[in-house]
Write a new protein. Structure first.
Length: 472
């Protein structure tokens, strides 16, 4: 297993130095004028890309939708599953053709793939058309890496950096004026046997509560209606510092005036009674929780090193629904983990039937280099894996339809995100439970939380109309 770096806060002076380099690049006539940023993976990556875009714009670059016209193409990659890595590598290889026509093009690769042991060395050697690379712990170094690439310092442009840094003060280019991501912690110490995140995102490190609350207050003052709190395991916030815990952070954020708070991802083993109580008490916290179960089999949960049992998970679900009866639960489920028997798989199906998730992300196990599970015997035949995932998807789709059918006739609140793509005469957004909803309302309500009456359903979405009284 690769060694992880010690947690290292990045001094304010280093952030200021990077800002000075950004200004230097802005003044250079040979800088790229435009950028095309491609993001793979989770919400953490999406938020990282907002920081990358903010820095690129500080360097005088404008976004370009057509990658074949951009002066800089930057890939923010994911390596959690094999298909994401394959897609990214396919697109990275394709940029070689663009560069043959426009040799002045700069190509960069960042994100979790770039933090894997030996990746940057292999990337530099096998793909000479790529100009620079850095991992998620060194996003703040984008100006330096870009300058190294522009000046031909290839070794410095590809050096592998630290994975457990903690930094503040990067510019963020938000994609919405009324919704914002906010990272509360980085890294993970859980070492689930299938997961590469602890190896590429580093140790758990929590941001200071005062810093997060101050940032949230600025967002509220700017008109943000909903904040999504991010972390690989938000429930363990504060455990690394011995300071305030996640329920304390939620309580403090609720006092900023924010209308809606969401968070992900949560680990079942760290879902405390205190956190559940704060979720129930705090009117800003949305009645939705993404709580990855991964499997319904105790044998598979032990092999995955999840550190809870099926009974523990079900007890947490009961506690949540007792405290918040209208809460919506979503989950992640893995099939065909090494050694999974038909009985193990049936236990996952029975868990889905018992919990009745609003929806679930379902995956066939994908071995990742460096993880404990990659060395396990008992790989499942691909045809068996495919048959199991199709059965699980069919079951969850049935449950989702039944859950949505049960919501028809109820009232809800929807943050209107914009016009529906399918019907520009309607608005679209998400309910407090996180379910997509299309509804008839004045377009002037975009960016506002709108009370609606649910009138119908699709396979994964709700239909509604605006009403006068809001139901929080």
């Amino acid at each position: 297993m690769a060694m992880r770096d010690a947690v290292r806060p990045i001094a304010r002076e280093e952030i200021l130095r990077q800002q000075a380099i950004a200004r230097e690049i802005r003044e250079r006539p040979d800088r790229p004028l435009t950028y095309h940023l491609i993001t793979y993976g989770c919400q953490m990556n999406a938020h990282d890309s907002q920081a990358l875009a903010g820095m690129l714009e500080e360097m005088g670059m404008a976004p370009e939708a057509d990658r074949e016209k951009a002066g800089l193409i930057l890939f923010n990659t994911c390596c959690i599953r094999d298909n994401a890595e394959r897609r990214a590598m396919g697109n990275i290889v394709f940029t070689r053709k663009i560069k043959r026509v426009r040799p002045e093009l700069l190509v960069g690769v960042c994100g979790c793939m770039a933090q894997q042991e030996g990746f940057q060395e292999r990337l530099s050697r096998r793909y000479p058309h790529v100009d620079f690379s850095f991992g998620p712990g060194e996003i703040y170094q984008l100006p330096q890496r870009l300058l190294d690439a522009m000046e031909g310092r290839r070794e410095q442009a590809f050096r592998r950096g630290e994975d457990s840094t903690l930094y503040e003060g990067l510019p963020i280019l938000r994609s919405s004026p009324f919704f914002a991501y906010q990272t509360v912690m980085y890294g993970c110490d859980n070492f689930c046997s299938y997961c590469v995140v602890p190896l590429v995102r580093g140790r758990e490190r929590s941001r200071e509560l005062k810093q997060i609350v101050s940032e949230a207050q600025r967002l509220v003052d700017e008109g943000v209606q909903e904040i999504m709190l991010l972390g690989q395991n938000v429930n363990s916030y504060g455990r690394d510092t011995g300071g305030p815990r996640f329920e304390d952070l939620l309580r403090a954020l609720g006092q900023t005036g924010i209308r809606r708070l969401r968070f992900m991802t949560s680990h079942p083993k760290d879902l405390s009674d205190e956190l559940i109580a704060e979720m129930a008490r705090n009117p800003a916290v949305c009645p939705h929780l993404h709580l990855p179960a991964q499997s319904g089999s105790d044998r598979m949960l032990a092999a995955m090193n999840r550190r809870y049992t099926r009974d523990w998970y079900l007890e947490r679900v009961r506690a949540l629904r007792q405290a918040i009866p209208h809460i919506g639960l979503t989950s992640d489920l893995i099939v065909a983990f090494p050694g999974e028997t038909e009985e193990d798989f049936e236990q996952t199906l029975s868990l889905a039937r018992q919990v009745r998730f609003d929806s679930a992300f379902t995956f066939i196990y994908s071995p990742r280099s460096g993880t404990a599970a990659a060395r396990l015997p008992g790989r499942i035949d691909p045809e068996v894996a495919r048959e199991r995932i199709l059965r699980l998807i069919a079951l969850q789709e049935d449950i989702t339809r039944e859950v949505l059918r049960g919501l028809v006739g109820q009232t809800a609140s929807v943050l209107a995100e914009g016009l529906s793509k399918r019907d520009p005469g309607q608005l679209t957004g998400k309910t407090g439970r996180g379910i997509a909803c299309n509804f008839s309302a004045d377009p002037g309500r975009i960016g506002q939380i709108v009370p609606v009456l649910i009138t119908g359903q699709g396979s994964k979405t709700l239909k509604a109309r605006q009403i006068e009284k809001e139901n929080p």
